[in-house]
Ligand binder design. Structure first.
Ligand code: NDP
Length: 419
C-alpha cells in the first residue's frame, strides 16, 4: 500500500498511471499533478471505473519549487515520480528534499535555456573536463547525494527503458553472468511505423535535442566524441529484422562507466531510417532545432518549441503505429577465466501496447519501468538514502517485475557482436 504523486500527464505518464492502476495493491492511492489539469482529470475519469487505486488530480507548475512543496505537504505522498520534462528535475528534487520524500525520474537534468550565461559557464567547464558536449549529464543531480543522504531519502534516477532497464540489464549481467564485463553495446531499435512523414516517439523537443547532439562513447577510461550520426552500423534485430543504427551519446553510459568495474568500452546505438535523418538535417539547417529565442511578429519564440507545436503529439501515435521495438544490451567479458558474450533484450509490439494502455511502445517501454522503479522504492526493496541510478541496486526483483508487468526479456548466449 502506498501513496504516490506523479508529476506530468503526457505520453510516458499516461502509461505509468495505467500500470499503477493495474497494480492497486502497491499503488493504493495516486495523485496526477500536471500543468494542464484537464488532461489529468480526463485520465482519472477513464481509469477510475477500472481500478481500486484512488486517484486524485491537481494542477501544478513543476518549475516552481514552492508550489510543489505546498502540494506535497498537502497530499503527503510516500514518493514523487517525476514524468514531466528533464527541465523540471531539479525543482522537483528540491521539493522532495524539503519535504523528505523519495524522488524518482526517467531522464537526467537538462537546462531549458541553454543560453543562460550561469548555466553555460558550468556546461563549458564540464565539456572541457569530461570530453562530451551533450546538454544533459548527471553532475547536476549527483550533486544532491549528500543532501539526500542527510535527509534519509532515496533518489532513483533514470528508471525508463534506456536509461533504466538497460542499466538493470547491466547489473543483472554483472551479478549472474560475468566476473568482469569488458564491453557494453546498448542497442535501441524501433521497427515501428506510424505512417507520418516525420514524427518523434516522445517529447519532440527533448528527442530532437538528444539525437542531433554529437555522438560519444566511453573507451579506456575517457569519452570519445564524434560528429552527430557519423558512426553507422547494421544489425539484424530479433523479430524486427535488419536496421541501420547510429552511435549516439546517451546518459546511462555515464553511470555505467562509473559503476561497472573494469569496463573498457560502452556504446549506445539507435536505429533511424534515412527519411527521419533527412528531415532532421533539413530542420536543423533551417534553424528549427535551435533553442535560442527569436523575435517573430513582436513576440519571442523558441524555434524548437514552435516545431513541437507543428509535429504530431507522440501520445496520439498509438492507434497508427505498427511493428515492434527491440531494446537491449550486448555484454562481453570474462566468466571463470573464459571469454563470454550475452545479449539481454526485450521485444515490444506497438499494437499490443495500444490495445492494453492506448499508447505506442516507446511510451510503454518507458512508463512500465517508471512504475516498476517506483514500486521498488515504495516497497522498500530499493531503499538507499542518496542519489542512485538503476544499476546500483539488486537487479533481481526488478527483472522479475519486468516479466510480470509487460516487458519480458530474453538472454541469448554468443550473439552477433557489433564491430
Ligand atoms: P510529454 O511532453 O508527452 O509529457 C510531459 C508532461 O509534463 C506533459 O503532461 C506536460 O504538461 C508536463 N509538464 C511539462 N512542463 C511542466 C511543468 N512546468 N509543470 C507541470 N507539468 C509540466 O513527454 P513524454 O511523456 O514523452 O516524456 C516524459 C519524460 O520521459 C521526459 O523527461 C522524457 O525525457 C522521458 N523519457 C525517458 C525515456 C527513457 O527510456 N528513459 C524514453 C522516453 C521519454 P502539458 O500536458 O501541459 O504539456
Amino acid at each position: 500500500m502506498s501513496k504516490v504523486m506523479i508529476i506530468g500527464c503526457g505520453g510516458v505518464a499516461s502509461v505509468a498511471i495505467h500500470k499503477c492502476c493495474q497494480n492497486s495493491e502497491v499503488f493504493s492511492e495516486i495523485m496526477i499533478a500536471s500543468r494542464t489539469l484537464s488532461k489529468c482529470d480526463a485520465l482519472k475519469e477513464k481509469l477510475a471505473p477500472t481500478t481500486k487505486t484512488i486517484i486524485t488530480t491537481a494542477k501544478v507548475d513543476a518549475d516552481c519549487t514552492e508550489e510543489l512543496i505546498a502540494l506535497i505537504k498537502q497530499y503527503q505522498p510516500d514518493a514523487v515520480l517525476n514524468l514531466a520534462l528533464p527541465y523540471q528535475d531539479l525543482t522537483i528534487m528540491d521539493a522532495c528534499l524539503a519535504c523528505k520524500v523519495p524522488y524518482i525520474d526517467t531522464a537526467n537534468y537538462e537546462a531549458e535555456n541553454t543560453d543562460d550565461p550561469a548555466w553555460r559557464a558550468i556546461y563549458e567547464k564540464r565539456c572541457e573536463e569530461l570530453g562530451f558536449s551533450a546538454y544533459f549529464d548527471y553532475s547536476w543531480q549527483w550533486a544532491y547525494m549528500d543532501r539526500f543522504k542527510e535527509a534519509g531519502i532515496t533518489g532513483l534516477l533514470g528508471t525508463g527503458f534506456d536509461p533504466g532497464v538497460t542499466s538493470v540489464f547491466a547489473a543483472y549481467a554483472q551479478k549472474h553472468y560475468f566476473d568482469e564485463i569488458h564491453t557494453i553495446d546498448i542497442l535501441d531499435c524501433n521497427g515501428g511505423d506510424h505512417g507520418y512523414p516525420f514524427a518523434t516517439n516522445f517529447n519532440p523537443e527533448i528527442n530532437l535535442r538528444e539525437v542531433s547532439a554529437p555522438g560519444s562513447y566511453w573507451e579506456n577510461g575517457h569519452w570519445v566524441e564524434i560528429p552527430p550520426m557519423s558512426i553507422k552500423r547494421e544489425y539484424n534485430f530479433d523479430e524486427v529484422g535488419e536496421k541501420d543504427m547510429y552511435l549516439l551519446h546517451h546518459e546511462e553510459i555515464e553511470a555505467l562507466a562509473k559503476n561497472i568495474p573494469g569496463v573498457k568500452r560502452i556504446r549506445f546505438f539507435m536505429t533511424f531510417g534515412q527519411s527521419y535523418l533527412t528531415h532532421m538535417k533539413c530542420l536543423e539547417n533551417v534553424g528549427l532545432l535551435s533553442t535560442t529565442p527569436i523575435t517573430f511578429n513582436g513576440q519571442q519564440i523558441v524555434p524548437i518549441q514552435f516545431l513541437k507545436e507543428l509535429l504530431p503529439d507522440p501520445s496520439t501515435l498509438g492507434p497508427r503505429t505498427v511493428g515492434k521495438t527491440n531494446i537491449g544490451c550486448i555484454f562481453t567479458g570474462i566468466k571463470d577465466g573464459k571469454e563470454r558474450s550475452i545479449y539481454i533484450y526485450n521485444v515490444c509490439d506497438h499494437q499490443e501496447c495500444y490495445r492494453e494502455v492506448e499508447s505506442q511502445a516507446i511510451s510503454y517501454t518507458t512508463g512500465v519501468p517508471a512504475m516498476i522503479g517506483t514500486m521498488m522504492v515504495v516497497n522498500g526493496l530499493w531503499n538507499k538514502p542518496g542519489i542512485y541510478t538503476t544499476d546500483e541496486f539488486d537487479p533481481d526483483p526488478y527483472m522479475e517485475a519486468l516479466n510480470k508487468w509487460g516487458l519480458p526479456w530474453k538472454v541469448v548466449e554468443n550473439p552477433v557482436l557489433v564491430d
